[in-house]
Design a protein around this ligand. Structure first.
Ligand SMILES: Cc1cc2nc3c(=O)[nH]c(=O)nc-3n(C[C@H](O)[C@H](O)[C@H](O)COP(=O)(O)OP(=O)(O)OC[C@H]3O[C@@H](n4cnc5c(N)ncnc54)[C@H](O)[C@@H]3O)c2cc1C
Length: 479
C-alpha cells in the first residue's frame, strides 16, 4: 500500500475509487483478469464500513459491519475461500424485549407481548413474507405489483395493515433496528427487496435463523484486508477523489495533490457520496437523481467492554429489542472465547439523529443508563465504551446502507448499476441483490469487473466472471 502523497501521477487500465468490499473485489477481480488497476482510497485504511478495533490479545471489536446470516451467503463463501474461520453469535438463554419501559424475558419464536399484538404483528409479517416472494432480487422494479408497492412507505402500509399500537411498534422496530431508517421514509418495495436479501422479514433482527447468526473470526475488516492482498501494491491511501473527467476513450481522475488516468473508472463509494464527486461532463439527470434520492441510514454503534460477559451467567443472551429506547437493539459481540464481555448497542434511525445532537458525555451517559435498565447495575460500569457515529464519518455519512424512498426503484432502479460512458458503478447500494450488505458489495465488485472485461473483449456477459477465473470462490448467487 502506498500513500498517495508520493504518487502525484498514476496510470492504469482501470481506476477504482473506494476500498470497501466492493472496490477491493472489483480491483482484485480485474487484476486477476489481467488488467492493471489503481485502487484509490480516501481514508488511511482499507475496508470502508468494515472497521475492526483491536481490544487486546489479538482480539477485535467491530465498529462497523459484523454479521452474516446463513452459511453459503456471498461474504461467507469469500471468507471460506480465504481460510477465515467463522463463529456463531451467542444466543443461549433469555432475550429481552423492552415494551414501553416494561422489560420482559422471552425465548423461542415470539417475544413476550400481548396476544393481540402478537397476532396483529404476526399476520402482517406473514403478508410481507408473501409479498417479498413476488419481488425478483436482481430487479425488484419488475415485481408484478412493483408500482403499487413503490408508491407508498413502509409506515403507510403499516398503518393500514397493522391495527394495534403494539403491532405498529414492532413494525417500526423492525425497520429502525434492521435498516437504520424510519419506516415513514422507506419505500415498501425497498423493504420487500431488502428482506429478500436477509432471508426474510423476521430474519432482519434475529440471531439464530436470522442475519445476526454468524461472524468472521478476527473481524470483517480482516476479511476485507485478506481479499485485498493481490492488489495491495496497487492501492493508494489518503486519496480522496474529487473530480472525474470522462470523454472519448480516457478517464482522468483527480484529488488533492494527485491525478490518475485510465480507460475505465469504477466508482465504489456509497451512492449519495458518489453524487458529491464532480463529473465533467456532468452526469445525466437520471443518474444524478439516483444519488440525490438515495439517503444514508442513521446509526451509532456502541461497544461496551466488560471483564466478563456477566449477562451470560445470569441466563441472558445479551439480545435486547426495544421500540422505545434510543438503544433499539443490543447483541452479544464477545470474541469466540467469551472474553472480554462485549455488548453491542445499536442507536438507529430517528433515535440516532436525535442522540447525535447531544454532547458526547450526555450520549455516553444515556447509553449506559439504557444498558443498566436492560441488564442491571453491572452494565453501567464497562471498563470501556467505544462509540462509532457513522453519520459523522466524511467518507460514509451514515449506515448501515442507503435506503430508497417511494418511487426511486420504479423510476430509476435500472440506473443504479448502468454505466455512464466509461464510469462503472459498484458498491453495496449499486445492486438490489443482498442490497446494502457485505455480500451485496462483493457481488457488485464482481459484476463491475465482468462488465469491464466484457467491454474490453467485445462481449458483454450477463453474469459475473466465473469463480474459475479468480482465486476467490464466490459463485453467482441463486436467484
Ligand atoms: C455499523 C454498521 C453495521 C453493519 N452491519 C452489517 C452486517 O452486520 N452485515 C452486513 O453484511 N453488512 C453490514 N453493514 C453494511 C456493510 O458494511 C456495507 O454494506 C458494506 O461494507 C459496503 O461496502 P462498500 O464497498 O459498498 O462501501 P464502503 O464500505 O462504504 O466503501 C466505500 C469506500 O470508499 C471510500 N470513499 C468514499 N468517498 C471517497 C472518495 N471521494 N474518494 C476515494 N475514496 C472514497 C470510503 O472511505 C470507503 O472505504 C453494516 C454497516 C455499518 C456501518
Amino acid at each position: 500500500m502506498h500513500d498517495i502523497s508520493e504518487y502525484p501521477s498514476i496510470e492504469a487500465d482501470v481506476i477504482v475509487v473506494g476500498a470497501g468490499f466492493a472496490g477491493i473485489t472489483a480491483a482484485r477481480e480485474l487484476k486477476l483478469a489481467g488488467k492493471s488497476v489503481a485502487l484509490l482510497e480516501a481514508r488511511d485504511r482499507l475496508g470502508g464500513r468494515s472497521y475492526s478495533k483491536p481490544i487486546g490479545d489479538g482480539k477485535v471489536a467491530e465498529l462497523g459491519c459484523e454479521f452474516y446470516g446463513q452459511p453459503g451467503t456471498i461474504s461467507h463463501r469469500a471468507a471460506q475461500s480465504l481460510g477465515i474461520e467463522t463463529a456463531k453469535v451467542y444466543d443461549t438463554g433469555y432475550r429481552l424485549i423492552d415494551d414501553d419501559g416494561k422489560i420482559s424475558p422471552w425465548k423461542g419464536m415470539a417475544p413476550k407481548v400481548s396476544a393481540a399484538t402478537l397476532l396483529d404483528f404476526g399476520q402482517a409479517a406473514l403478508r410481507i413474507e408473501r409479498m417479498r416472494r413476488e419481488v425478483p432480487q436482481d430487479a425488484p422494479w419488475e415485481a408484478p405489483h412493483a408500482k403499487q408497492w413503490d408508491s407508498e412507505t413502509m409506515w403507510s402500509w403499516t398503518r393500514r395493515n397493522v391495527r394495534t399500537r403494539g403491532g405498529r411498534n414492532l413494525m417500526r422496530l423492525m425497520i429502525e433496528a434492521g435498516m437504520a431508517a424510519a419506516p415513514a421514509d422507506v419505500s415498501l418495495l425497498h423493504v420487500l427487496n431488502y428482506s429478500n436479501g436477509t432471508g426474510g422479514f423476521r430474519a432482519m433482527t434475529q440471531i439464530t435463523g436470522g442475519t445476526l447468526e454468524n461472524r468472521f473470526v478476527g473481524g470483517s475488516q480482516n476479511l476485507a484486508m485478506k481479499m485485498a492482498e493481490p492488489v495491495l501494491a496497487d492501492t493508494y491511501l489518503n486519496a480522496e477523489v474529487r473530480t472525474i473527467k470522462h470523454s472519448g476513450d480516457r478517464v482522468r481522475i483527480s484529488g488533492p495533490g494527485f491525478e490518475a488516468a485510465g480507460r475505465f473508472v469504477v466508482v465504489a463509494v456509497p451512492v449519495p457520496l458518489a453524487g458529491r464527486i464532480e463529473y465533467d461532463p456532468p452526469l445525466p439527470e437520471h443518474r444524478d437523481h439516483v444519488s440525490q434520492r438515495l439517503t444514508m441510514g442513521a446509526a451509532i454503534k456502541y461497544l461496551a467492554l466488560y471483564d466478563e460477559p456477566f449477562w451470560r451467567a445470569e441466563g441472558f443472551t445479551g439480545h435486547v429489542i426495544s421500540h422505545a429506547s434510543p438503544v433499539r437493539a443490543t447483541v452479544d459481540s464477545c470474541p469466540p472465547d467469551g472474553t472480554p464481555g462485549v455488548l453491542t448497542g445499536f442507536v438507529t434511525g430517528p433515535a440516532a439523529r436525535q442522540v447525535a445532537k447531544l454532547p458526547v458525555g450526555e450520549r455516553r451517559a444515556l447509553v449506559l443508563r439504557e444498558l443498566e435498565r436492560f441488564f442491571g447495575p453491572k452494565a453501567a460500569k464497562p471498563y470501556d465504551l467505544l462509540e462509532q457515529n457513522w453519520m459523522a464519518e466524511p467518507y460514509t455519512r451514515g449506515c448501515y446502507h442507503a435506503y430508497a424512498p417511494p418511487g426511486l426503484y420504479t423510476t430509476y432502479g435500472t440506473f443504479l448499476k448502468q454505466p455512464v460512458g466509461r464510469i462503472h458503478w459498484a458498491g453495496a447500494e449499486s445492486v438490489p441483490h443482498e442490497y446494502g450488505s457485505m455480500s451485496g458489495a462483493i457481488y457488485s465488485g464482481r459484476r463491475v469487473a465482468t462488465e469491464i472485461v466484457g467491454r474490453e473483449t467485445g462481449e458483454e456477459p450477463a453474469t459475473p466472471l466465473r469463480p474459475s477465473t479468480t482465486a476467490l470462490s464466490v459463485e453467482e448467487p441463486a436467484r
